[in-house]
Design a protein around this ligand. Sequence first.
Ligand code: SF4
Length: 256
Amino acid sequence: MNAAVSVLRPAPGNAATHPELTDALRATVSTKSATALALLRAAVAEFGTQGELAFANSFGAEDMVLTDLILSNALPITVFSLDTGRLPAETYSLIGEVERRYGTKLEIYFPDAGAVETFVRSHGINAFYDSVELRKACCGVRKMEPLRRALAGRKAWITGLRAAQSVTRAGLPVREFDSANGLEKLNPLSDWTEAEVWAYIRINEVPYNALHDQFYPSIGCAPCTRAIAVGEDVRAGRWWWENPETKECGLHVKEA
Ligand code: SF4
């Protein structure tokens, strides 16, 4: 393997994705897992078992923890995903792996084909690089509209957001009212650290996106995600050409 390739594909051993599994870390993860599972069970009891409660799975590391908690325990929570049409090949591989491992088919929502065609014909295939407005418009067509359909009729949704992920998520509560979408929003991993997420994945041998071992801590659409350098913020690889304050796709932004 030449030097250029080894930079692009570092060997597994990335300290972020392979934390040292000390007794203290195992104990913390065990406690927090039990708390998260209890929260999920309480949510089922509160909101119902007929699709009123749904988990938005984007297949990031945090979402794989929740995927495992929900599907391993056969909780009656709908697991859905948004396929923007621009996801990395590694994410599609992971979706297939999840379906095989847990013996299920996921509820996948696609963008409206006509809306995507209109956007691309008006602004170009990679218009998201041209301005924040066009980037948000692309997220609107490929993510926001499908999300509205995915959440229609639900009473609550679950996300894998963590407070420590970015400046835009500081102070994230475990539960909040999502006024933009008009339903409760639960963030069971809000106080988890990155090391705890990865410890859960290692201990429980949960499948995860191969890009994480190539220094992609946060993974979204392929053209809007890059690897990060040591010391960079974990969200630095998302829409890296924008200011940190603008870097949300709209899925998790509160109304002013
Ligand atoms: S992340 Fe990029 S490609 Fe994906 S919907 Fe947003 S702007 Fe479009």
